[in-house]
Design a protein around this ligand. Structure first.
Ligand code: ADP
Ligand code: MG
Length: 419
């Protein structure tokens, strides 16, 4: 009976990342980060080793392999390495006769975890990878212990042959399946809100008439005044300037509207991303200089291919960079930096500024049509950009708080993965 209690306790520890994710990310409009995985896995590892089960003093069982594998799967190799170091330090501190075996087992299971998590990301048969992982993490320790401590394994045969495989296999399967389900639900939810914002574009036609009528009425009024012939030249000049500004603004609204309401052509072409970004950065440098903002960019040296419409890609990059520059206008040492990262199946463009930042309320309204906090803003830039990114099967996330700048992350799939 105490064995069942131990197994259940260890299963509880192995499910902690899933529970914590659902509590912490429930209301956030972003998905999990690597830091979250590192922190929660470190905590789980510590707890599961502190309250480990043991049938003979010095030899302990816990869900270390489950947690390390999970950490590597969702947090990458670096997370796995951090957990490995944490495990080694803590295991050395606990000591006991099983210590040397534990380290030997880890020498075998750690590279296997790296290999299996790589295969998991590549393979279509994810269930089988998880199955093999659970089996390997159950039997490698048993085989090693059988070789080094045969008597111990035979004396506690039932515990070794039942409790350990059940904890490891069930732990891995439950954790990875449940966590994956929550993460994909979240992705769906995030897509849904962006979709809803994009749909609002269809409702714009009516409000557009209103947007255009105001400047037209102003211009008409001025023209009538000028035509009456009683105004001094200086006033005429001023009215003409205002009229021209109004017409310019109307034209801007119309062209932005046209670009967001245009249906996205299903045809997508292969684009080299770095070259596009370079040309946009060149284009925007004079705008940045004029606003006293430093604009810089870092790219990987190899070419990166994505698929989409080059004109739309350019337009959306301009929108993000323009916003970032505008956010820095009134801060000292305004800086906008663009960084391009290449990952296995996607490319991420980070646009980071140290400008005014946004409150959580502002963040939640980003991308909504006509939402703007600027005197002369149209509030259409991000609506278009979000829609265009979605058309390329990409996604956007943003981090910001007031007075501490903003970071926009645009993630786009590699060209070959985007049918
Ligand atoms: P516009 O630029 O015409 O206001 P956008 O759709 O481009 O419209 O942006 C909407 C709003 O989002 C902006 O008015 C601003 O409040 C906010 N915003 C966008 N990017 C940033 C940024 N980098 N920093 C702070 N606020 C931003
Ligand atoms: Mg804008």
């Amino acid at each position: 009976m105490p064995v069942i209690k131990d197994v259940l306790l260890q299963l509880l520890f192995s499910l902690m990342p899933f529970v914590a994710y659902n509590i912490y990310y429930r209301k956030l409009t972003v998905n999990y980060s690597r830091n979250f995985i590192i922190i929660i896995c470190s905590l789980c590892l510590l707890l599961s080793m502190t309250f480990a089960s043991s049938v003979q003093s010095g030899i302990i069982y816990d869900v270390r392999y489950v947690i390390m594998f999970f950490g590597m799967l969702f947090g990458g190799f670096a997370t796995g390495a951090i957990l490995l170091v944490e495990f080694l330090i803590y295991r050395l501190y606990i000591g006991g006769s099983g210590m040397a075996d534990a380290i030997l087992i880890l020498i075998l299971t750690f590279p296997l975890s790296v290999l299996l998590s790589f295969l998991y990301h590549q393979s279509k048969h994810k269930f089988w990878i998880i199955f093999i992982t659970g089996i390997s993490f159950s039997f490698i320790p048993l085989i090693v212990l059988y070789i080094t401590k045969t008597d111990y394994v035979m004396d506690n045969f039932l515990f070794n042959i039942l409790a350990i495989p059940v904890t490891n296999s069930l732990g891995i399967w439950l954790l990875v399946t449940l966590f994956n389900k929550s993460v994909s639900d979240k992705e769906l939810y995030l897509r849904y809100i962006q979709n809803e914002k994009a749909e609002a574009v269809n409702h714009v036609a009516a409000s557009l008439a209103h947007e255009v009528r105001n400047p037209l009425t102003t211009v008409l009024g001025f023209l009538q005044l000028i035509k009456s012939g009683t105004l001094p030249q200086e006033k005429i000049d001023r009215f003409l300037d205002i009229s021209m500004d109004e017409i310019h603004r109307t034209e801007q609204i119309l062209s932005e509207y046209l670009s967001i309401s245009k249906p996205h052509l299903p045809f997508q072409q292969r684009i080299e991303l770095t070259a596009q970004i370079k040309s946009v950065v060149e284009l925007m440098t004079s705008y940045a200089n004029m606003s006293n903002v430093t604009l810089s960019a870092d790219y990987p040296s190899s070419p990166l291919y994505i698929s989409g419409s080059p004109a739309e890609l350019k337009q959306l990059l301009i929108n993000f960079i323009k916003n970032a520059i505008e956010a820095c206008k009134d801060v000292d040492n305004g800086m906008v930096n663009i960084t391009v990262y290449e990952e296995t199946d996607q490319v991420t463009v980070e646009i980071k500024d140290n400008g005014v930042g946004m409150t959580p309320e502002q963040l939640s309204r980003l991308g909504s049509i006509y939402y703007s906090t600027k005197m002369s803003g149209t509030g259409l830039g991000l609506t278009f950009s979000y829609q265009a990114i979605q058309a390329m099967n990409g996604s956007v996330s943003v981090r910001s708080s007031p007075r501490s700048g903003a970071v926009f992350l645009i993630t786009l799939p590699h060209a070959d993965l985007n049918p």
